[in-house]
Design a protein around this ligand. Structure first.
Ligand code: BMA
Length: 311
């Protein structure tokens, strides 16, 4: 066991909240298998998490958790979104819905999530204005695509998203749309790096943050080892006017699985971030799933994230 005061030379940029995990299976009011990969937003005077909860049968649905301080949450009694019973969603959500990301545009909170079926994974779009009624809008990709993060505003009159088609290992792409329904003009914007911690696969995390240095994206990178994959988080910066142009990318990850709850679970050694909150003070909270088993939060600042990316 490590001596209590031993300096942690391997400490990451992101500081893990001492009360992690903030949500685990015991907090879910229905018998379930795991809770992980939550989207986050602020609504009225609360933090809301849209939680991916995997049931005992193995399929995921979304519960909603509410909290006042960003660290303590109460989970809804029932799921707020299940796999759909209405076509065309019914066919493509037969194996559940996963990994939501929330983006607010105007008064609407858009939810991009992964629809899972025998046909593979597709990106799906839903929306809510009050977190009581959730309306499905469309399936917006072909298979195999997932990890979609919608930008919080239109750029040159078009909606913009990052996504991750499962080709050539798994790289991050950008696509554009006039109406959120039909997407195109797609380009590969960031690739895996041989020899690096993000050598096997990468995918976008939370919706990009607009900063004066560019669009800041927290992404996950996967490295394959003889005993399985390791999922970590990193930063990348894209041009404000042309978000397909990568300006900078971190060398080292900003968050790695090191704690027991990140190393041990249904899928070991996983940190998977779908949610980010930038506070008015410049503090950043990153919500992440740990080991596909529980939800944690990590803390840093916008300044430090940009520094890590640029230098
Ligand atoms: C990814 C997604 C995530 C999951 C991660 C680690 O491909 O399926 O939902 O957390 O793998 O298992």
């Amino acid at each position: 066991m490590m001596a209590k005061n031993k300096k942690k030379y391997w400490r990451d940029l992101i500081v893990k909240y001492a009360g992690n995990p903030i949500i685990s299976l015991d907090d879910i009011p229905q018998l379930s298998n795991a809770v992980f990969n939550a989207a986050v937003t602020k609504y009225q005077d609360e933090y809301l998490l849209l939680l991916r909860v995997e049931g005992l049968e193995g399929k995921s649905r979304f519960f909603l958790a509410r909290g006042k301080d960003g660290f303590h949450f109460k989970v809804s009694e029932r799921p707020v979104m299940q796999w759909s019973s209405q076509e065309p969603f019914k066919t493509y959500e037969k194996r559940g819905i996963e990994d939501p990301r929330i983006t607010k545009i105007g008064d609407t909170y858009y939810i991009l999530y992964t629809a899972v079926s025998h046909a593979g994974t597709r990106i799906a779009l839903a929306a809510t204005e009050d977190f009581k009624t959730f309306k499905r809008i469309a399936l917006i990709s072909e298979p195999e695509n997932k990890d979609a993060a919608l930008f919080p505003k239109k750029i040159n009159n078009r909606f913009v998203r990052f996504d991750r088609p499962m080709a050539a290992g798994g790289n991050i792409w950008i696509s554009y749309s006039l109406d959120l329904l039909y997407w195109g003009d797609s380009k590969c914007v960031m690739e895996t790096r041989p020899g690096y911690w993000d050598s096997a696969r990468i995918g976008s995390g939370p919706p990009p943050l607009e900063t004066d240095k560019g669009w800041l994206e927290i992404y996950h990178g996967v490295k394959k080892t003889p005993s399985g994959s390791i999922y970590r988080l990193g930063t990348a910066l894209f041009d404000l006017k042309d978000p397909s142009r990568l300006i900078a990318r971190c060398e080292a990850p900003i968050l790695s699985p090191r704690e027991y709850y990140e190393r041990t679970g249904d899928v070991p050694n996983v940190i998977f971030g779908c949610g980010i909150i930038l506070e008015e003070t410049g503090e950043v909270k990153i919500y992440y799933g740990a080991a596909d088993t529980c939800i944690c939060v990590g803390l840093t600042s916008l300044h430090d994230l940009l520094e890590a990316c640029l230098h």
